[in-house]
Design a protein around this ligand. Structure first.
Ligand code: DOR
Ligand code: ZN
Length: 468
């Protein structure tokens, strides 16, 4: 198929260090990592002199809204944007229409996405409560990277879309969220199937009460923070952590936003609970004061909190409490994101800004290249069990490489974005360090931000395995 490719003259970066080496790929896999300068009989040569060669970057948290909500985004656009920015694999969240709640829907989704994907992809399954309890083991068996619960969200009975404000909807039209006993049942099932459980952790009762206590509703960003306090996250995370502790289920906490959550995860990990934490670029780069500059479009759940929370997230990233960085790409139509803070949908675009934002912090010395290799590739591959294929520059693995120029300056110009709606809360941000080429299964797939060749992304299944 793809012949032989030789990436020459670069510095290969792994979680354990950097080494000057050439990488040779054949038929999609890495076949040699060798001293620089040795000739090969390659069909294609990529000159990586002066550049860093990372294992292909992975974004494990993407909502492409496809099928069913494609007025906001679709898989062709989100994966082209992923490719342009230097990602080679994404894991797609399950909450499209219909959500990925059964093996049959999972299979359909694989076919649907493979037709247009520009990068490789894994799929999340979704737990909705007792209605699909019996489907969870099948989803794990299909190779779902994890099972996600949108904790506390009611679903529309017909479309099974998340209902953001259930109070406005006729209860007959809703599937109510599982109560805490129902969540425990879900975790037990996933544990038994050897799967990974993940939840959007914001306790809905705390949020409802906090919102009701605001006399005039949510008028400004301080109101939003008051309505969705850290304690709502901490309470849900602690319950999930206890369920993981008792069942042995692998647990992954997405989009950690609060200092207390980092502290709680640090203790649980030290006690041996199999729990990992995810940081997202927007919580690492921004804090509540940025809303003055960015405006209400900065609204995301959980909310971007204080500078103190942000610093705690960096500490968590430094000591490994948070081991994965993701985008939580969650697009909405620009006109919806222009609505007042209290009524606009939560979620921001981020798939195309994750890599440059983190590389800029690397070039600034905030984290090492090896740590970038870990948090943007190796750790996600291992945690979500695609490490037989992804996450390392090693002989036998898929030849997925992200080639980075640490001296490349960038400026986020929405006009250059590849997403369906070319908007970003990071518009105008400037930085240094960008992916300038990438290799997907042995084929040059991106050069200077432009796709090379036709979309060639393929589904990757998580390998099976038991939980502890
Ligand atoms: O702000 C958010 N939007 N947070 C989530 O977790 C879900 C997401 C969405 O799907 O819109
Ligand atoms: Zn999300």
């Amino acid at each position: 198929m793809s012949g032989r490719l030789h990436v020459a003259g670069g510095t290969v970066v792994t979680p354990t260090g950097e080494v000057q080496a050439d990488v040779v790929a054949e038929d999609g896999r890495i076949v040699a990592i060798q001293e620089p300068g040795r000739p090969t009989t390659a069909d294609e040569r990529v000159d990586a002199s002066g550049l860093l060669v990372f294992p292909g970057f992975i974004d494990p948290h993407v909502h492409s809204r496809d099928p069913g909500i494609t007025d906001k985004e679709d898989f062709a656009h989100s994966t082209e944007a992923a490719l342009a920015s230097g990602l080679t694999t994404i894991f797609e969240m399950p909450n499209a229409v219909p959500p990925v709640t059964s093996a049959a829907i999972f299979d359909e989704r694989v076919t649907h996405h493979e037709a247009v994907a520009s990068v490789d992809f894994g799929l999340w399954g979704q737990a909705i409560g007792d209605e699909n309890l019996d489907d969870l083991a099948d989803l794990v068996g299909r190779g779902a990277v994890g099972i996600k619960l949108f904790w506390g969200y009611a679903l529309d009975r017909e479309t099974k879309r998340l209902v953001y404000t259930a109070g406005d909807v006729d209860p007959d039209q809703l599937i109510q969220p599982p109560d805490i006993g129902g969540v425990r049942r879900i975790v037990e099932r996933i544990a038994g199937a050897g799967g990974l459980f993940s939840a959007h952790c914001e306790e809905s009762g705390i949020i409802a009460a906090a919102e009701a206590a605001l006399p005039d509703g949510i008028r400004d960003y301080a109101d939003l923070l008051a309505a969705r306090p850290s304690v709502a996250e901490v309470v849900a995370v602690s319950a999930a952590t206890e369920f993981a502790r008792e069942t042995g289920c692998r647990l992954h906490i997405v989009h950690v936003s609060a200092r207390r959550t980092v502290e709680l995860l640090r203790v649980a990990q030290a006690e041996g609970v199999d729990v990992t934490g995810e940081a997202c670029a927007h919580y690492l780069v921004l804090d509540d004061r940025d809303v003055e500059r960015i405006g209400p479009g900065m609204k995301v759940y959980p909310p971007i909190r204080t500078a103190d929370d942000r610093e705690a997230l960096w500490d968590g990233l430094d000591d490994g409490t948070l081991s994965i960085v993701a985008s939580d790409h969650a697009p909405h139509a620009p006109e919806d994101k222009a609505l007042p803070l209290g009524v606009q949908p939560a979620g921001i675009q981020g798939i195309e800004t994750l890599v440059p934002l983190l590389l800029d912090r690397m070039v600034a010395g905030r984290l090492s290249p090896s740590r970038v290799a870990a948090v943007l590739s190796a750790n996600a591959a291992r945690r979500f069990r695609v490490d037989h294929r992804k996450g390392a520059v090693a002989v036998g693995r898929d030849a997925d490489l992200t080639i980075v120029d640490p001296d490349r300056d960038w400026r986020i110009d929405p006009a250059n974005l590849h997403t369906k709606h070319p908007v970003s809360i990071f518009a105008g941000f400037e930085g240094r360090g960008a992916a300038v080429a990438s290799v997907l299964r042995g084929r040059l797939a991106m050069r200077d931000g432009d796709p090379v060749g036709d979309p060639a992304g393929r589904f990757v299944a998580a390998r099976p395995g038991a939980n502890a």
